[in-house]
Design a protein around this ligand. Sequence first.
Ligand SMILES: [Zn+2]
Length: 398
Amino acid sequence: MREAAKFMLAQFEEIDGVIVIAGDLYIKNQAALDIALAKLREIGYQVDDSRDPESCSRQDGTSIETMEKNGYSMWYAHLKDIRRGKCKSCGQLISTAGIRCHGHKCEKCGAVTYREIVNGSRVRFSFEKKAVSDTEEQSDWRDITMVVHHWDTKNGYIYFYPRLLDGYYCKGQEKLCKYLDDHRDSWQEIRSIKDKRVRFIRVKYSHQQRYGFKGVEAPVIRVSDNSKHFWNHDIVEVWEGKEYDEFFGNFPVPQSLSIYEAWHWAPLSSSPTLHRKLFSSIHQVSDQGYYYQDGRRAFDERMFAEMGKFVRHFTSLDADLWDIKSRRFRLDGPGGIEDVANFCHPRSEVMNRPNVGNILIGLTKKGPLTEREMAAVVDAARDDGQRDILMGIFGKKK
Ligand SMILES: [Zn+2]
């Protein structure tokens, strides 16, 4: 998290009864909650109430009592409407609605913000398969590439130059011609009005068909590749009048945070599964099978320090001891989980579910596998569900 975002969260740490852990707020009493929620709203967050039946945090069939007792996030604060488009023609901020629809125009200057297919694009496509018989339909993988003369979006036609280029599956003029012939009713030959010698191949293709809008006829072709788009906009995030790049990660405040009402469930006492809560408080998975098995680093000291806050304020464990011992916890996935779990309970129940990823790493790794990696490969291969996924990846049918 960036310094500026930390600075914003530091304001909350000053409220008595509020603990900030990994960007979320853990709150010890109702009075502190009231202050924190008011502050969030003042900053500009929209705060959703998970008790509201309409809220997306409200899970079907879960009572409010259960949500409270099991430590669900009871409030969710997020910034609304920070995404804006930025027109590259006029440089002004515009709405993002429809900004990536072919031919959409900037509401400030009228320039087109995006064209999905531009004149001169090479478009690879297949005709929609016709069901001659079950087997024949499935076996027709053919496709073709053509160069776009123009796209008449008003009437929903692409005009291609008549030159036939290889598809991915279908190659060579003879086969391409045959493919076109087999779908003779899906296209028309059009002669240019200006010069009768110039021919185009016209295919029905509209935006509405492509996105399967209701009441629109089914598409005639399926585009699998398109060499060029026209982008005339950026997406930016705006906060207090300043623009931030959507992917740069320098936005100055957290865009969302969860708020927990800890008084319903804290302090948690030592249990074989308590470590799972600690890992989820820092948004990490507590299943050893999920991580690399080769000793690679998955955690760092700061993560253990954040978990330490949870230990100190919301469990009955010895937090001073945590501060000393956690400095020596292993930093790889399986090792770190085991160390935290053992701290939480002498007979901890650590999850170690086989993971198809581990088989793949095992199969593709250069050099010998570590003992742990080997064990993970064997475990995963024994598990029916994981084996099915793997067979899927390698394209074998059961
Ligand atoms: Zn503009």
